[in-house]
Each structure stands twice: as C-alpha cells, then as structure tokens.
Design a binder for this molecule. Structure first.
Ligand code: TXA
Ligand code: MG
Length: 320
C-alpha cells in the first residue's frame, strides 16, 4: 500500500476501477467510482460488509445534487445549502444516475459533500461521484488517520490519499424525511441542535430496532477490542470489578485507584469538538496496549455530547 497526498494518482487509481482510501472531515472512507461495480464489490469484500448495507455517495457541490436525487424536499435543500460541504448525509429518492449496487437495491441514496480540501480537489479532478463507507473493517472503530487505514487494510488496498487527521472525528449525521419531517437515522458530527435550528423539530430513530431503514445502525458497532465499561458509579465499579489493569478514558476528569494504570483524556478543556476529534484515535491507541478493560463516563447529553454518547453506547461492552 502506498500512502501519499498525490491527488492525481488517487484519481488515476479510481478511474482504473480500483478502491482507494480518502480523507474526509469526519473519518477516512474506502472510495470507488459509483459506476464501477467491480470496485464497489471490492469495497464490500475487504470491509466484510453485509450486502444489505448501502453506501454513501460523495459529490463535489450542492449544485450537483439534482443530478443524483429527485423529489428533493425543501427542507433537504435548505439543510444541504446550509451545511455542505460538511458532515451531513441526506437520504433522498435516488435518480437513475445511481446504480442499484450502491444502494443495496433501495430507491433512496445517502449523499453528501465532504468538507476536506484534498477530497474536494479529487472530486474536481474526476468526472464521477465516489461511493465511500468508512475505512474500517465492519464492526471496528472508524479510521481517522492514514496510518489507521494502513493498519486495518495493509496491502489489500493499493493507495491511501493522505489528508492528515480528520478534523471532526465522528461520522456524518444522517438525515432522511418522513412525511416532510426530518428524521435523524444516525447521530454524528453535526448536532441535533444545529439541524433543528434550521428545520425545526426532528425525530430521532437511530437504533436498529426503531429503524430497519439504515441497516448500519446495529446497537453494537464501533467497538474497541478491549472491553469498554461506561460507568455511573465509578467507586462501586472499581471495588467490584475483577479487572486489575484498567485504562481510564476521561473528559477532563481523572480517577485515582490502584486498578487504574493509565489515564487518557479526550479533552483537557472539556470541549466536545476536541473529544469527538480524539474519540476513535484514543480507542485505537488504547487497543494497541494490553489493558484488560477501559472505563469511562457518559459526557453531558447536549450538542455533540449526544453524538459522543451514542458512540460510547455502541462501543460499550457494558453500561452500568
Ligand atoms: O462520515 C461519513 O458518513 C463517512 C465518510 C467516509 O463520508 N462514511 C460513513 O459510511 O460513515 P458508512 O458506510 O460507514 O456508514 C453509512 C451509513 C450506514 O449506516 C448506512 O446504512 C447508511 O449510512 N445509509 C447509506 N445509504 C442509506 C440509505 N439510502 N438509506 C438509509 N441509510 C443509508
Ligand atoms: Mg461505518
């Protein structure tokens, strides 16, 4: 695998029906031309992704949207104009431009304009949109650097377009429309409050039981290998747990106890933006050591704290 910031080389691989990893502001993606069925199949294979889980299409600007989506609700257009380029994926009725193998045969498409200069330049250099799921094997923590992608896929992938660390660090927020009401199918790097400021009250249906529409929303997802305990009563937990070699994941918080052997702080200044940026890379880092457990608390349930807590829930081995 080659790691490089050469946009033209990335464009060349893509036009030759190959899969390359690309940076976005949220997480890295495994990208292919939406018109290359062969490359799309490769994505599913190397990610070990179930075939009923559709891919997000990345386009270069909001002006391109009507080419790929039809019957676009007014609220969707307002959201796109407000937040693109940015971490918002809209689920819309697809046009005939979008092949069925992108959308797992659904008549809708998840679509967004990523906010990353390198990938926007790449989209400018090619004449097709790119489909890209997150660049991690299914059920693993998403990659927020080129090195993470390399460690996951090695030589299964010819090329990673290096765009540095992802600025947001959480996946895009996915929004669909049911009877003209905005519905959040996945919490993400754009907060519920930011969306409600533009379109008013939204519904949230981001667990699979409520929402067979976005099959990626399994309740267990994004999990590190080291069991993660999200704990309310830390003293009680630490006195009872058999684990002796624990990593503490804090949000400007600390906990002194003989069973806690190291502290990792998501944000020393208790900033949600910084904590979101650090969450996956910290979980991946902790996994590279030999702790037998990770303990943490939920963060306050407002703004991006909601999205961080959503990921902690999906990453958790146990919540007490
Ligand atoms: O931030 C992101 O969205 C990243 C970057 C690379 O853009 N991509 C990403 O893709 O997170 P992925 O494949 O890991 O997650 C896409 C989610 C899945 O849960 C999938 O089910 C949902 O989007 N999705 C895609 N198309 C959909 C559709 N037509 N209807 C409902 N859900 C859809
Ligand atoms: Mg993913």
């Amino acid at each position: 695998m080659k790691i490089s910031s050469d946009i033209h080389e990335a464009a060349l691989w893509l036009s030759k029906n190959k899969v390359v990893a690309i940076p976005t502001e949220t997480v890295y993606g495994l990208a292919a031309s939406i018109y290359s069925e062969q490359a799309i199949q490769t994505i599913y294979k190397i990610k070990n992704r179930p075939s009923n889980n559709p891919l997000i299409v990345h386009i270069k600007s909001v002006e391109e949207l009507p080419k790929y989506a039809v019957d676009i609700p007014d609220k969707a257009l307002v959201l796109a104009k407000t937040f693109w380029p940015g971490p918002l994926t809209l689920v819309l009725k697809k046009s005939i431009q979008i092949p069925d193998y992108i959308t797992s045969n659904k008549d809708t498409v998840g679509i967004r304009v990523p906010d990353h200069q390198t990938t926007l330049k790449l989209l400018d250099a090619i004449d097709f949109p790119i489909a890209a799921p997150s660049a991690n094997p299914s059920n693993c923590v998403s990659a927020t650097s080129a090195t993470h992608v390399f460690n996951y896929f090695g030589n299964k992938l010819p090329f990673v377009l290096d765009g540095g660390f992802c600025n947001k660090g959480l996946e895009s927020t996915i929004v669909g429309f049911e009877n003209d009401v905005a519905v959040i199918y996945r919490m993400g790097a754009l907060s519920v409050e930011q969306i409600e400021n533009v379109v008013g009250k939204v519904y949230i249906k981001n667990f699979e039981a409520q929402n067979p529409i976005a099959p990626g929303m399994f309740s267990k997802h994004y999990a590190p290998k080291t069991p993660l305990y999200v704990v309310q009563n830390m003293n009680l937990f630490l006195s009872e747990t058999p684990h002796q070699n624990i990593a503490y994941l804090g949000f400007s918080t600390k906990e002194n106890h003989e069973k806690i052997k190291a502290h990792f702080d998501l944000s020393k200044k208790a900033s949600f933006d910084e904590a979101a940026q650090n969450l996956y890379k910290t979980l991946i880092e902790i996994d590279s050591y030999n702790f037998d457990a990770i303990v943490t608390h939920f963060v306050p349930n407002i703004d991006l704290g909601n999205s961080i807590n959503d990921r902690l829930k999906r990453a958790a081995f146990s919540i007490t």
